[in-house]
Design a protein around this ligand. Structure first.
Ligand code: SAM
Length: 191
């Protein structure tokens, strides 16, 4: 059975290969960071962000347990500050929005920082690269966050990027993910 996470991975797999540079903008318990780290291998690099110590601890433990190459940088900072940490182009990035599973549900992603983070991430993704944003509208902030992201992306020039939304119609609270692909010909503003 295809899960939301597996479907996202099938989109990411097109872009995330050995030697790529990628980012997990919401590290959480490290499952996406783990997948990215293994996929890009020793010659690749993974930036991973979270605001909670618990997320960094859980992720570090998972990556070590799974024997990941030391190709990751775990960063305790909000993803909207990504330009303070990333000064090279990315092949792909992932946002899995919401709160830390098993953690404090009040420490959720917020539209006031998620939107600037996505907009800034789009400035560092390579032409032809992609960004995935998974949205969980089952809680109020998640619903509002998703609406704002969709409205904002709908206004982007298609010469720069294409944004697609994939809904799970028969799952509780209808989670969805957004797949954004940067146009191959887009060169950071000069079309
Ligand atoms: C749904 S979880 C991510 C799941 C994770 N990708 C995994 O594979 O386990 C969302 C995470 O986003 C984090 N978060 C919330 N606000 C954030 C922010 N401003 N910057 C970075 N991470 C944030 C939360 O602390 C939480 O750990």
């Amino acid at each position: 059975m295809l899960s939301l996470r597996n479907t996202q991975k099938s989109f990411l797999a097109e872009h995330v290969k050995e030697g790529c540079t990628v980012a997990d903008f919401t590290m959480g318990n490290g499952h996406d960071t783990l997948w990215l780290s293994k996929r890009v291998g020793e010659s690749g690099k993974v930036y991973a962000f979270d605001i909670q110590d618990q997320a960094l601890e859980n992720t570090k433990a998972l990556l070590e347990k799974e024997g990941c190459p030391e190709n990751y940088r775990l960063i305790k900072a909000s993803h909207h500050l990504l330009l303070d940490y990333i000064d090279e182009p990315l092949d792909a990035g992932v946002f899995n929005l919401g709160f830390l599973p098993g953690g404090d549900k009040s420490l959720t992603t917020l539209r006031t920082t998620t939107l600037p983070a996505i907009e800034r991430a789009l400035t560092v993704i390579k032409p032809g690269g992609c960004l995935i944003v998974a949205v969980y509208p089952g809680h109020e902030e998640g619903r509002l966050e998703g609406e704002l992201i969709c409205e904002t992306l709908a206004a982007y020039d298609q010469r720069m990027l294409s944004a697609y939304r994939f809904n799970v119609l028969n799952a509780a609270d209808c989670p969805y993910f957004i797949y954004i692909e940067l146009n191959e010909k887009y060169k950071g503003g000069a079309l």
